[in-house]
Design a protein around this ligand. Sequence first.
Ligand code: GLN
Length: 545
Amino acid sequence: MTKHIFVTGGVVSSLGKGLTSASIGMLLEQRGLRVRMQKLDPYINVDPGTMSPYQHGEVYVLDDGSETDLDLGHYERFTNSPLTRDSNYTTGQIYLSVIEKERRGEFLGKTVQVIPHITNEIKSCIKKLAGDDVDVVITEIGGTVGDIESQPFLEAIRQFSLDIGKANCLYIHLTLVPYLKAAAEIKTKPTQHSVGLLRQIGIQPDILICRTERGMSQDDRSKIALFCNVASEAVIEEKDKDFSIYEVPFSLVQNGLDELIVKHLQLPAGKLDLSPWNDLMHRLRNPEHEISIAVVGKYAEHRDAYKSIYESIDHAGIHHRAQVRIGRIQSEDIEREGPERLLAGYDGILVPGGFGERGIEGKVEAIRFARERGIPFFGICLGMQCAAIEFGRNVVGLTDAHSSEFNKNTPHPVICLLDDQQNIVDKGGTMRLGAQVAKLAEGSRAREAYGVASIDERHRHRYEFNNSYRQQFIAHGMTFSGTSLDDGLVEIIELIDHPWFVAVQYHPEFKSKPTQAHPLFAGLIKAAIQRRQSRGERLKEIETT
Ligand code: GLN
């Protein structure tokens, strides 16, 4: 029978519930268990696809085309749990489904209420992940305990243990144990209050994971245990990790979390095998190169907006044993100050995806700079479209070439709306989304990097390269190295006559793992290392700890 773990959070938001849940999933998988991961989000949007990156951070796209919360990125990077649209539900989706059922008359005249109809719907979404081939489902509840929005979710997971038996459920609560400078001690009261709120709803957490800046003493643990009604060995310290997020699982193991879970749920677990992760940590701690990559975006100052991009750069750094310093450059700053001052020192330039006109000209300038100076360049989605605009304007000579997304009247729409987007009005879930197969041209950089003739990558876009410009671009030296199987859509463009100039219409950052870097990110980092070396700069001594 599938067992269930529920992860809630208290005291403050941004405690790292997603990372902690992903780490738990990873530890259980490394003990031979079959894990499924899920996130329940209390907001009313049906999915995060319609939210601004300022509000929500990156929208993480799955193979099946669902637009999901960025925590699912952590799940995929840490575990092999297959994720589908059942892996992320929002309040909006839950209500939408209940209201549609009501309209169909499925409730047979009953008054439709939060309890039981909404809670039943939530429970059925959790149950969808259980099955004969699954040992444990880990369900993370978004938001913070005490929020009005998350109450139906908490009520549903409370009922869940009544439905399937207490012994088959485990409640983990993540809290903050702050250090108060003035008192020179850590404070347990916020944790007590947060657990108090949970117990009021009827949920007694089995395990508390305490985020702390400073370590906790045995006394602190005993005090939390006593006041929160949990065993003292079930008070787990999770100290802040400054070096890398990939240290989190190690710290949880040190504090006995995996064993605690396995015992509590009586899981058929094997011995913990962390060898791939030990290797990763070793590489991280012992780099042989140091390079810098500029990420030129519209939301560069907002870390979560390009979460998977930054992670993928790190993975490629781990792969090539390079410590990568990432420069987060606002593309509008390039418009004001020019590329030379902001980009000259970098070993590589990456332009990520995006929407809207703001900062476009800065991105185009950054790409021109990379192309003309031979700086390794990687363009992703809008980054590829900007590369096409730049090449159209400055190499092919198409004055005012643009994307029709930004200039409807451009004389040269080198980027135009996808054919099947012409009549779409609704914004939610209507882009070209999810995994699509592309074929790679023999002899291209992309073909060499991937090492295979066809690939499967995730998409999220409405615009595409305008095929009526293909021949002109080819005549001026552009290679179309990846196209859809029917040749109709351009997926990858590259300049062979450049150390590394590759741009893709899809989002490779959703398929990179710390233990398995994405080939194109690895290609960028390799080219950046070569550039750094060819410039003859001495590699900086890097402190290893
Ligand atoms: N705005 C562009 C499009 O819709 C690029 C999208 C993206 O970068 N994800 O095609």
